[in-house]
Design a protein around this ligand. Structure first.
Ligand SMILES: Cc1cc2nc3c(=O)[nH]c(=O)nc-3n(C[C@H](O)[C@H](O)[C@H](O)COP(=O)(O)OP(=O)(O)OC[C@H]3O[C@@H](n4cnc5c(N)ncnc54)[C@H](O)[C@@H]3O)c2cc1C
Length: 377
C-alpha cells in the first residue's frame, strides 16, 4: 500500500511513522519545513486536562507512547531522541472567577473520571510549585501531577527520521495544491505541478486542511476556523517554577525552559484569519503581558525577547476531525482540527489513524470525531 501524508506537524509525522511500522510505503510532504505549523510553536505540554473523556484517555495513553517512542528512537540511534526531555511536569489549572471555578470543578471531574490523577490545590500548594504567583487572584486550582513535558521539535523530527529508516520518502517545501480522485487511486498535486499517485492520502495539514478538502468537494465551512495563538519567551528569570500553569479564562499557559526563560502562550486569541497571516501580534503581546504581570507582579522587570504566532484549527464542538471522507471512503483520510491539544493526544491517536488507514479497521473510540458531523452540503 502507498500512502501520501500531507503535513509534517506532530499528527502527520507520527501517522507517517506508525504507517511505515505497518509496512506501508509512505511519502510525507510539507509546504515548508517539518514543525512549521502550530506544532513548532507550542508549549510542549502533554496534559490530561482535556474537556472530553476520550481526549483525556488519549492524552494519558499518549504520555505513555511518548516515553516508549523515546526509548525506541534511542535504540534506533536517532540523535534528536535524547532531546525529548523526559520529565513528568505537573500542570496546574487555575480559575480566576467563581464561574470559572465551577467550570474547572466540572472539568476536573471529567479528568479524574477518565483515569487521570487529579489533586485539588490550595494557595499553599500552588506556591510550592510557583512561589511568585499572586494567589489572591485565584478562586480554584487543580493539579494533574502526572502530566508530561517534551519538546515538540525533536519528537516530530525523530518520528520523521524513524519513518525514513523504515523507507518513507519525505519532502519539505512541497506545497500541496489539490487532491484528485481517479478510480481506486488518489493523486496529490503540488503547486509546482508534481503529482504523487497513491492508494490513500492522509490530510494532516492543520489549519490549512479545509482549503485542501474543498478541492474534493468536502466543505468544512463554518465548522473549522483558524484562530490565532501566540507565544513569547523572556530573558532567563531567577525564580524556578516546578509546574506549567494554565489560566482557563484566557487560554493562557506559562512554563519555564531548562534555561529558566519564562514562556507564555495564549492558545486562542479568538481572532480568525483565513489567510493564516502571522504578522500582527501586538494584540497578543499586550494581552499576555497584562495577564502575566497581574498574576505575577515580579515579572514587571523581565524583558520579552521574542514572540511568535501560529494558527490552531478550532472546531465548533472542540473535537478533532478524524476519519475517511464520506465522499472518498478508503481514499482520503482527515486528521486535523486538533484545537489546542494536538501534542497531548497525537501520539496515541496517530497510531489508531495508522491502523484505520492501513488495515481497514474502525476504532470505535474515534467515533465522536468523524468528519460527517462537520461537513456542510
Ligand atoms: C502557542 C501554542 C501553544 C500550544 N501549546 C500546546 C500544548 O502545550 N499542548 C498541546 O497539546 N497542544 C498545544 N498546542 C496545540 C498544538 O500545537 C496543535 O494542536 C498541534 O501541534 C497540531 O498539530 P498538527 O500536526 O495537526 O498541525 P500543524 O503542526 O499545524 O502541522 C500542519 C503542517 O501542515 C503543513 N501544511 C499546511 N498546508 C500544507 C499544504 N498545502 N501542503 C503541504 N503541507 C502543508 C504545515 O506547514 C505544517 O507543518 C499549542 C498551539 C499553539 C499555537
Amino acid at each position: 500500500m502507498r500512502v501520501v501524508v500531507v503535513g509534517g506537524g506532530i499528527v502527520g509525522a507520527l501517522t507517517a511513522y506508525y504507517l511505515t511500522e505497518r509496512g506501508v510505503k509512505v511519502t510525507l510532504l510539507d509546504k515548508k519545513y517539518f514543525t512549521y505549523g502550530s506544532t513548532g510553536r507550542s508549549t510542549g505540554s502533554f496534559t490530561a486536562q482535556q474537556h472530553h473523556p476520550v481526549l483525556v484517555r488519549a492524552a494519558l495513553k499518549s504520555i505513555e507512547r511518548v516515553k516508549e517512542l523515546k526509548r525506541r528512537f534511542i535504540e534506533l540511534r536517532i540523535p534528536f531522541a535524547y532531546r525529548f526531555m523526559d520529565d513528568e511536569s505537573p500542570h496546574i489549572a487555575v480559575a480566576l472567577s467563581d464561574d470559572d471555578a465551577e467550570r474547572l470543578e466540572r472539568d476536573a471531574r471529567v479528568w479524574s473520571g477518565s483515569g487521570a490523577e487529579v489533586v485539588k490545590a490550595d494557595a499553599e500548594r500552588i506556591t510550592e510549585y510557583v512561589p511568585f504567583l499572586n494567589t489572591d487572584a485565584i478562586r480554584a486550582a487543580f493539579i494533574t501531577p502526572k502530566d508530561y513535558k517534551a519538546m515538540p521539535h525533536p519528537v516530530t523530527w525523530a518520528s520523521i527520521a524513524a519513518a525514513r529508516l523504515n523507507g518513507a520518502e519525505t519532502r519539505t517545501y512541497e506545497e500541496v495544491a489539490r487532491i484528485e480522485r481517479e478510480g481506486d487511486s488518489v493523486t496529490v498535486v503540488t503547486s509546482n505541478g508534481r503529482r504523487y499517485v497513491a492508494d490513500a492520502v492522509v490530510l494532516a495539514a492543520g489549519a490549512a486542511t479545509p482549503s485542501l478538502a474543498s478541492s474534493l468537494g468536502d466543505r468544512f465551512n463554518g465548522f473549522v476556523k483558524p484562530h490565532y495563538a501566540g507565544g513569547l519567551v523572556t530573558e532567563p528569570f531567577r525564580y524556578v517554577m516546578k509546574a506549567t500553569v494554565r489560566v482557563i479564562k484566557y487560554s493562557y499557559r506559562f512554563t519555564q525552559t531548562v534555561r529558566r526563560e519564562f514562556v507564555a502562550t495564549i492558545d486562542d486569541m479568538k481572532s480568525e484569519n483565513p489567510d493564516l497571516d502571522t504578522s500582527d501580534s501586538i494584540e497578543f503581546i499586550e494581552k499576555a503581558s497584562t495577564i502575566t504581570v497581574k498574576l505575577m507582579p515580579v515579572m514587571k522587570a523581565v524583558n520579552i525577547l521574542r514572540v511568535w504566532g501560529a494558527y490552531v484549527d478550532v472546531t465548533a464542538d472542540k473535537l478533532p476531525i478524524i476519519g475517511w471522507s464520506p465522499n472518498a471512503e478508503h481514499l482520503v483520510y482527515y486528521a486535523f482540527g486538533f484545537n489546542d491539544y494536538g501534542l497531548s493526544t497525537a501520539p496515541y491517536v496517530a497510531e489508531l489513524i495508522a491502523d484505520e488507514v492501513s488495515r481497514g479497521i474502525k476504532h470505535s473510540i474515534l467515533d465522536s470525531f468523524r468528519p460527517i458531523r462537520a461537513l456542510t452540503q
